[in-house]
Design a protein around this ligand. Structure first.
Ligand code: HEC
Length: 289
């Protein structure tokens, strides 16, 4: 397993110290036998055993990659009432161009006369090109149990094709600038039973809820957290989720009514968050705790 993947597991479970000890323990037998896995597996520690379980999974493949592959298949397959693939879908870089599209969204699309984030655009293409009904796609839009909605796999595929690229959410078109301003307003809008806004939890550095660090999404330095590792495979629950879900879940945390699926509100917020993150390198669909 690569050291990057190993580090991801370590970060996910807050096991840095345990693992350092574990690594030292495992290092000795490794020198002698190179049978590191066996050596580690024989450890009696329950935490280490848990770690090994995920290590094995990640050695086989990053779970996010499975959804990436599924998304690619869905992208290329002729489907829906119109029996068409998504290869004619324009994600902003020209019809069928997937490379680099994710880090340049949300953006304004003249055909829809809307600012759209990646998932919103994918759903738009599924409706216009393939003939799916938006209302059907909105019925169960988030992963749960063994159900992963097609747009989630598709957005994972699209996002993976921007891996290693700089985030460059455009602000050229007036509608894109408007989306940013509206997004900023929503971000700072306090209401609900707790009088919270997004800013209450994400407007300052160093805030935490229980053991979770809350990124300061208004700071150039930390704003990358909005983009980074979404879409992400969440170890909690073992589900693949997109940024669409993450934002929806934060509305819920804020005790706000949840916005509609692929709504303008979410695109506006993503524009605000994305522009704040501009210039950072997107490392692609990842793994979340
Ligand atoms: C009550 C506190 C709270 C409020 C209010 C809140 N969030 Fe969050 N947010 C969280 C927590 C907790 C996480 C998960 C952090 C983690 O997994 O480490 C999170 C994660 C996120 C992430 C992903 C960051 C990452 O590292 O994965 C984004 C983006 C985000 N929130 C945006 C928003 C937006 C936009 C709003 C307003 C609609 C909002 N949040 C309101 C608590 C909040």
């Amino acid at each position: 397993m690569t050291s990057i993947k190993l580090r991801a597991v370590v970060a996910l479970f807050g096991l840095a110290l345990v693992c350092a000890a574990q690594a030292q323990q495992a290092a000795a037998p490794k020198k002698a036998a190179t049978q590191t896995k066996k050596a580690a597996n024989s450890s009696p520690s329950a935490i280490a055993a848990e770690f090994e379980k995920f290590r094995d999974i990640m050695e086989d493949a990053s779970p996010a990659e499975l959804f990436e592959a599924k998304g690619e298949e869905l992208w290329k397959m002729k489907r829906g009432p119109k029996n068409a693939s998504l290869e004619q879908c324009d994600l902003g870089q020209g019809r069928g161009v997937v490379k680099g599209a994710y880090v340049r969204m949300p953006r304004y699309f003249a055909d829809a006369d809307q600012v759209m984030d990646a998932e919103r655009r994918i759903v738009y293409c599924m409706v216009t090109l393939q003939g799916f009904k938006e209302a059907d796609l909105a019925k169960k839009p988030f992963s749960s149990g063994s159900h992963t909605p097609d747009p989630v796999s598709l957005v994972t595929y699209v996002a993976a094709n921007s891996r290693g690229m700089k985030i460059a959410v455009p602000q050229k078109h007036p509608r894109e600038r408007e989306a940013f301003n509206v997004g900023k307003e929503i971000f700072n809008y306090r209401a609900g039973p707790w009088d919270f806004s997004c800013d209450t939890c994400h407007g300052e550095s160093g805030l935490r809820i229980r053991t979770q660090d809350l990124p300061n999404l208004t700071s150039k330095k930390e704003a990358i957290a909005a983009f980074q590792s979404w879409p992400g495979y969440r170890m909690t629950g073992g589900l693949m989720h997109s940024l669409q879900w993450r934002l929806n879940d934060c509305f819920r945390q804020q005790r706000f009514p949840e916005p509609g699926y692929v709504s303008e509100t979410i695109s506006d917020l993503m524009t605000y968050l994305g522009v704040n993150a501009n210039g950072h390198v997107y490392k692609g669909p990842g793994i979340k705790r």
